[in-house]
Design a protein around this ligand. Structure first.
Ligand code: GLN
Length: 230
């Protein structure tokens, strides 16, 4: 399982969100605390963020471990954004090891990351997918049916493929949607903004665990958590 994170709130640097937290994505790339599948996340990493210049996100991805990227470490303190989505990858057996298989995946204003595994046959053909990786096909599928329908899509796939793990993170820069489906998910809500992450990046007591099989919907006004099975 990979580990991922999204931020929506006041401007934060990529360094503050990914590299500086005591148990942030940088540390989770070699020592995650709550990862049930896989020991580390060394098969690539990526970050997407919304620049002040316009609504289209920018991305930086790599098929190498986050801890080895000295160039990113040097620029990360200088890039800030009100909305960021990032992930570190532990590739599922049989999936391609390439930059285009690494989240975040992108379409229009949307970014997407997937923690988990899903049967590619359940997704159907998606010639526009960035990679043949299951997560890239899932992203193409969600971009096709509409990212706002992520809850329905996860319930449908989870019913067809009971072994699937479908923790999905989506954002368009103004809203973050996240599912917990057979992996861990936590949120930290503060006056400055909201973090949604596979696991807490520090020991702040305000972190809350999202219950299994729930959807999190974050806007600048509210955080809503709903049961996907009712
Ligand atoms: N199945 C996806 C991949 O191979 C995600 C893996 C994961 O969550 N560890 O990249």
């Amino acid at each position: 399982m990979c580990r991922h994170l999204a931020w929506l709130g006041a401007p934060r640097t990529l360094s503050e969100l990914l590299l500086e937290p005591a148990h942030g994505l940088l540390v989770q790339s070699y020592a995650p605390r709550r990862q049930a599948n896989g020991l580390m996340n060394a098969d690539g990493w990526g970050v997407g963020f919304y620049p002040t210049s316009g609504p289209q996100p920018a991305r930086w991805r790599s098929n190498r471990p986050l801890w080895g990227d000295a160039s990113f470490a040097s620029v990360a303190p200088t890039i800030s954004s009100t909305c960021v989505l990032a992930a570190v990858r532990s590739a599922t057996a049989g999936m391609p090891l390439e930059e285009t298989a690494t989240a975040p995946f992108h379409s229009g204003q949307w970014l997407m990351s997937h923690n988990g595994v899903v049967d590619r046959a359940a997704l159907g053909p998606h010639p526009d997918a960035e990679s043949m990786c299951d997560s890239a096909l899932l992203a193409a599928h969600l971009f096709h049916v509409g990212p706002e329908r992520v809850g329905d899509v996860v319930v449908g796939l989870g019913t067809c493929d009971p072994a699937a793990r479908l923790n999905v993170l989506l954002t368009n820069g103004r809203r973050v949607l996240a599912t917990r489906w057979n992996d861990t998910l936590s949120i930290l809500s503060t006056d400055a903004g909201v973090v949604v992450a596979s696991e807490p990046y520090d020991d702040d007591p305000r972190w809350q665990d999202v219950p299994e099989h729930h959807l999190v919907d974050v806007t600048t006004d509210a955080v809503t958590i709903t049961d996907l099975e009712t």
